[in-house]
Design a protein around this ligand. Structure first.
Ligand code: ARG
Ligand code: ASP
Length: 717
């Protein structure tokens, strides 16, 4: 009996342990130490050294940061890269015009000569990483102010970075982990000639659009192909027509065998940020204050942009990428609120904090070090929330995500300052040229009526949702006449009119400054910037410094409190490995989601009347003929699958790797019920969504007729 009891207990313990085996974004260099046994138990057949090694080629050599915020992986010895369609979106959009609308129709290079260069696009390899904690923390002590500490850490980091790269052409960054309780040096190599090779039409690559975004079941062919080019020596080089395809140290073989429930999967990529160790106050702030307000204002803005896009194909191209960006976080916030509420996350954190507090009180030293932390957080958060919201709101209404003409005007302030301070001619000319190139890309994607509506809606919401002390001067002086004010700005400003702006820049002189200063959008931009610089930024900075100190201490305390468990560090856009299993889930009572979607589901969603669900005729024909070749399985063509890997923004485009180290998919999203995984992971609901690699191969081969690309890949049948 006793034996039976203990074996039940034992299996319960294992079960609890396994439930959580999927949570975590692990440091590649430390897999050997902390993870590899669990990974083997879950089915992985290779070694930690196969994933990360500095002595020989390993998987890490085939995974890159793509641009500024995605992941991509090498799939051929000739530098061929696969990433998501939404990661290549900007590049595809920039090559698109009404005549050559690659966004709508897709693009396929039929030879290397046809591959399209993308100035500014880079890919970044990780050469090696190194724990530099001792060196950094050896320079600081507890009597330093936060500012001083920051400065010392920054200085020592610069030194380490310089030593690591001196004379090598490499790049290095030192990054904090565990909120500044640990530091790693990352040595990187950046390639700058990256060309577009292929992209399916949006009707495939973005199938389901923002309606299906963040949702399962999903049928999006979310991939695009690029190629890295290098100089003759295989080293990084700026674009040159005669650069050579880059030959990587490693690339992923591709398995055609597919995935099945229970299969081990692993993802190597660049998760951006997570907030797993924040106090309950943080969740409360997001769920109750920040997210609801941001959701409201974005709902308005998206309505305006969508109406514009539906009214005119030109506006559709111009606003496609902007819309996707705005809509993506808007929908994610909504999902996070739901997911956190369903998890009872705030209560869970509070219970944890209660236990934590008891633990701190068990020991006088602990008590003096950590005993007041939560009380300090409690004091900090209401203030922090207030300024954070103001800052977010300013961004939503006037700056980065807001009225476009006002945002553009804001870029002219340095030019005005330079002229007023009589900077030398060359400097001014350079600034004018830089502005011209900014304006060129700005007006390419600009529609005045849409922007004017965005401005109107934004200002109206600003007046209602922000306290008066955060009103920019112009709004104060036109108070009660907001409608008139809005007409005034868009009726008079030059920043909504390309010809006027270029007139000014082409003939720029000291006199132009007067003209700029009289412009109402410019005046507003200056007001808002002053408001931000005087009233918001200093407070926010002070609060952030304070919060950073608390975060570091609270993290250290939590590491001690959870002794015996290995906690993973929050994501910080460094390479991480996450592993899990292919598995469906139960999103609501009585509903079972299976692990895989197929082309049949694409056809079920087909609806020519709805833009997001308009299946291209050619795909329908392939479906009717069931000509799936080696890519199908039991008469169906797999499209997407889900698994329990812990991922976040930045992991898009990451390789999904099977137990043998073969590529089986490309990660691109998470399922709606689990998007709160950035704040709290729920093993029963959190699923990452991947494109089945066989769908990509099918599209390249049968849809695009670019089967020649498959010849450079290594296919495992
Ligand atoms: N939700 C995914 C991620 O966060 C995909 C976003 C792109 N797709 C879209 N329909 N906006 O990036
Ligand atoms: N779609 C995200 C990305 O672009 C991935 C995610 O948030 O799951 O990185």
């Amino acid at each position: 009996m006793k034996k039976l009891f203990s074996s039940i207990l034992f299996s319960l313990l294992i079960a609890v342990h396994l439930l959580h085996a999927d949570e975590g974004m692990w440091i590649p260099m430390l897999l050997d130490q902390f993870n590899i046994d669990i990974m083997h138990r879950e089915g992985f057949r290779l070694t930690a050294e196969d994933i990360y090694s500095i002595n020989r080629a390993s998987m890490k050599d085939a995974v890159v940061i793509f641009g500024g915020g995605c992941t991509a992986e090498l799939i051929s010895p000739d530098g061929l890269l696969i990433t998501n369609h939404h990661c290549g979106y900007r590049s595809i959009q920039r090559h698109s015009t009404l005549e050559h609308d690659y966004l709508t129709n897709g693009f396929w290079a039929m030879s290397r000569e046809e591959e399209l260069p993308n100035p500014g696009l880079t890919v970044t390899f990780l050469k090696r990483m190194e724990d530099v904690t001792e060196r950094i923390l050896g320079k600081v002590n507890d009597t330093m102010s936060e500012e001083e500490r920051d400065r010392v850490v920054r200085e020592e980091s610069r030194k380490i970075e310089q030593e690591a790269t001196h004379g090598t052409g490499l790049k290095a960054v030192v990054k904090p982990f565990y909120m500044g309780n640990q530091y790693f040096l990352l040595v990187q190599k950046v390639y700058r000639d990256v060309r577009l090779v292929g992209a399916p039409p949006s009707a495939i690559g973005k199938f389901g659009g923002d309606t299906d975004n963040w949702m399962w079941p999903r049928h999006t062919g979310d991939f695009s192909l690029f190629r890295i080019y290098a100089g003759k020596d295989n080293e990084p080089a700026g674009y040159a027509a005669d650069n050579q395809p880059y030959h990587p140290d490693y690339f992923f073989p591709i398995s055609l065998k597919g995935v099945h429930p229970g299969d081990f999967t692993m993802i190597i990529g660049y998760p951006g940020s997570t907030y797993e160790y924040v106090p309950s106050y943080h969740l409360k702030m997001l769920v109750e204050d920040i997210y609801p307000k941001l959701i409201d204002i974005r709902t308005k803005k998206l309505d305006i942009i969508n109406a514009g896009m539906n009214s005119d194909p030109k506006i559709r191209i111009q606003y496609a990428a902007k819309n996707a960006g705005l809509s993506n976080s808007w929908k994610c916030w909504k999902g996070e609120i739901r997911g956190l509420n369903k998890l009872n996350a705030i209560q869970k954190k509070q219970d944890y904090e209660y236990r934590f507090l008891q633990w701190t009180h068990e020991d006088p030293q602990r008590k003096s070090k950590y005993g007041a932390l939560l009380a300090e957080y409690r004091k900090l958060y209401p203030e922090y929330s207030r300024y954070l919201l103001a800052s977010d709101y300013i961004n939503e209404v006037f700056f980065r995500y807001g009225a476009e003409a006002v945002n553009l005007a804001h870029y002219f302030t340095p030019l005005v300052e330079m002229t007023e301070q009589r900077a030398d001619k060359d400097q001014i000319n350079r600034e004018v040229e830089a502005l011209k190139s900014r304006c060129k890309s700005f007006f390419r994607d600009y529609n005045k009526p849409v922007d004017e509506k965005l401005f109107g809606a934004g200002v109206r919401m600003y007046v209602v949702n922000m306290p008066r002390e955060f009103y920019p001067l112009a709004l104060l002086s036109w108070q009660g006449k907001t409608g008139k004010y809005m007409e005034h700005v868009y009726g008079k400003t030059m920043f909504a009119d390309s010809a006027k702006v270029f007139d000014l820049l082409d003939g720029f002189s000291a006199a132009s400054v007067k003209k700029l200063q009289k412009d109402p959008a410019y005046a507003l931009a200056v007001d808002v910037k002053r408001l931000y610089d005087d009233k918001i930024e200093p407070e926010l900075r002070r609060l952030r410094v304070e919060k950073k100190r608390l975060d570091r201490l609270y993290m250290a305390a939590q590491l001690a409190f959870n002794k015996g468990k290995h906690l993973y560090p929050d994501a910080n856009f460094t390479m991480r490995v996450t592993y899990g299993k292919i598995r469906g889930y139960e999103p609501r009572d009585a509903v079972d989601y299976r692990f895989q979607t197929t082309l049949n589901g694409v056809m079920e969603k087909d609806n020519p009347a709805i833009y997001d669900y308009h299946v291209p005729e050619k795909l329908k024909e392939l479906y009717r003929n069931k000509d799936y070749g080696p890519y199908g399985e039991k008469g169906r063509l797999p499209v997407c699958f889900i698994a329990t890997n812990h991922t976040t923004g930045g992991n898009s485009g990451s390789p999904v790797i099977d137990a043998n180290g073969y590529l089986v998919g490309v990660n691109f999203d998470r399922a709606w019920e689990g998007v709160m995984s950035d704040l709290m992971f729920n093993p029963s609901q959190c699923r990452n969504i991947s494109l089945d690699i066989r769908y990509a191969l099918f599209l390249i081969d049968k849809y695009a007729g670019a089967g020649y690309l498959l010849r450079e890949m290594k296919l495992i049948r």
